[in-house]
Design a protein around this ligand. Structure first.
Ligand code: HEC
Length: 126
């Protein structure tokens, strides 16, 4: 059964609530930049125009999927029509192949605390 974006959003909202309650009680904020370095930087740069295996992620929020200049994309990503927002990113990073079947990006950030910190970092304009 296919999950819709709406299902994924609903699930991720509850996942965020569920994960943040214990996380705040131990007061261990995750450093988004550090989590990005660990999980994403092997394939992505946040410097505009610097494509690696994956497209550069500068100015990602508000950008249309598949539009980083000179980056290589799957047909699936090019045809996805996604606009990257905190919500679409959350769903994609949780389960890339469910949101973009046929994507070449195999691993996202399954841990909700890391994922939320990375999304905040990518949205911070750094
Ligand atoms: C092993 C390499 C690899 C890792 C690690 C990786 N990605 Fe990717 N990423 C890719 C590739 C390749 C693509 C292009 C996918 C496609 O075209 O289907 C991509 C695409 C993307 C896109 C779409 C960008 C656009 O221009 O439309 C986003 C957003 C993204 N990745 C974010 C992340 C984040 C955040 C992380 C860390 C949690 C991450 N990626 C980890 C390889 C990777």
């Amino acid at each position: 059964m296919e999950m819709s974006m709406r299902d994924l959003r609903t699930i991720s909202v509850f996942a965020v609530i569920g994960a943040l309650l214990p996380a705040t009680s131990i007061a261990q904020p995750v450093d988004g930049q550090k989590a990005f370095q660990q999980r994403c930087a092997a394939c992505h740069s946040v410097v505009s125009g610097q494509n690696k295996i994956g497209p550069h992620l500068a100015g990602l929020i508000g950008r249309k999927a598949g539009t980083a200049k000179d980056a290589r994309y799957s047909k699936a990503m090019l045809a996805s029509g996604i606009i990257w927002t905190a919500q679409t990113l959350d769903a994609y990073l949780l389960a890339p192949a469910k949101v973009v079947p046929g994507t070449q990006m195999m691993v996202g950030a399954p841990n909700v605390v890391d994922r939320t910190a990375i999304i905040a970092y990518l949205g911070s304009g750094k």
